[in-house]
Design a protein around this ligand. Structure first.
Ligand code: ZN
Length: 377
């Protein structure tokens, strides 16, 4: 029973069987969930959690419900404290290892992946795929080599900002907000290093100035892992049409969040409004899912946890989107980005003569620091 149970009935329920069938033959990827934040406090990812009044705010994702909801792959956010209460890098590394450890415990149910091919292989084997995304580069503690280490352990998305200013960028909202300042030289170096490593730059949470600077600088498609759009709900953390177009211009994707306050409504229709607007402004190759489940959000009631995902497909079909467009939004668009960046990231760089990738500032040095010792584990 949801806390929004007094809302009017929907007009998409009858399409759920059709949607479930479409699900079953789709690759479905969620660009942002914060389950590791709870796993580090003992949350059992492999146990099916029941819906309780508390599940309005947490326990949205576990492996059994991922399977029920048809979710192929989840990008797990690495959330860390920015205020020097212990090492943020150590905390991020710990969460990375938590996911690897979970996959080692149940390799038949979870695999940590970075590439589209690995993701598909996991899916064929009946396992869920987990990818890793950093939420705010304060966790690098000012050291680019820490990005190398995280990449070596599977980091696929690098969020430049979270709820505070950091050595790279300023947040859209949060401590140290400054709407005039964009990327610092360290922020630019991170964008460049991400290109070398094949890590996708994630522009969720960053302020508008930094957003455009990073999108312009990135030579790979950029991602906004979890956001709403101002064209529907004009709040500071959402992105406007110009930002959607900037992402689309890089060939990237915008993951639409399921949080009721971001989408300005309490039903799945509100999420669909944001997806449809993204498609209208950026094209159907640009929209994706970014639930923010387990991220201290209250999801809309028809998407109260990951098992509800077929409701979204039904609502998208009911809105008149073609099955092909729906499949792109559910995961194909993200798969395209993963495939594209992998190819560029694996371009051989054989020294100054042939290292023509032209990465500003790092062109000739290749993956400097990449051969490091990893995380000691
Ligand atoms: Zn977030």
């Amino acid at each position: 029973m949801s806390i929004f149970s007094k809302e009017p009935p929907n007009n998409w329920s009858s399409l759920v069987p059709e949607a479930t069938a479409l699900h079953a033959r789709s690759t479905i990827v969620d660009l942002h969930g914060d389950t590791l934040m709870w796993m580090k406090r003992g949350y059992d990812f492999f146990r099916r959690h029941r819906r309780t009044p508390l599940s309005a705010v947490l326990s949205h994702i576990d492996e059994p419900r991922m399977r029920m909801g048809g979710l192929t792959a989840q990008v797990f956010g690495l959330v860390t404290q920015p205020f020097g209460l212990g090492s943020a890098f150590r905390s991020a590394s710990h969460q990375v290892e938590l996911l690897h450890e979970a996959a080692r415990r149940h390799p038949d149910r979870l695999r940590v992946v970075t590439e589209a091919a690995e993701l598909r292989a996991a899916s064929r084997a009946g396992a869920r795929a987990g990818l890793l995304g950093l939420e705010g580069v304060h966790a690098l503690e000012g050291d680019l080599d820490n990005l190398n280490h995280l990449a070596k352990r599977g980091l696929r998305l690098c969020g430049l900002s979270h709820f505070s200013k950091n050595p790279a960028a300023h947040p859209a909202i949060g401590w140290g907000r400054d709407d005039r300042r964009g990327l610092t030289p360290f922020g630019e170096a991170i964008v460049d290093r991400c290109h070398e490593l094949g890590v996708l730059v994630d522009l969720a949470h960053i302020n508008r100035v930094g957003f455009f600077e990073a999108a312009r600088r990135s030579r790979n498609p950029v991602v906004v892992s979890h956001t709403g759009v101002c064209g529907v709900t004009d709040i500071r953390r959402n992105i406007d049409d110009e930002q959607i177009r900037a992402v689309a211009d890089t060939g990237g994707v915008v993951g639409i969040i399921f949080a009721f306050n971001f989408v300005g409504g309490t039903t799945v229709e509100a999420v669909v409004n944001h997806i449809v607007h993204t498609v209208q402004v950026g094209g159907e190759d640009c929209a994706a899912l970014g639930s923010d489940f387990d991220g201290s959000i209250i999801p809309v009631r028809d998407l109260s946890d990951v098992a509800d995902l077929p409701n979204l497909t039904a609502a998208l079909l009911a809105r008149g989107l073609s099955p092909e467009a729906v499949q792109k939004i559910l995961g194909k668009n993200v798969m395209r980005v993963l495939e594209g960046v992998r190819q560029r990231a694996y371009e051989p760089d054989e020294g100054p003569g042939t290292g023509g990738t032209g990465v500003r500032g790092y062109g000739a040095t290749g993956l400097r620091g990449y051969g490091g010792t990893g995380l000691g584990g």
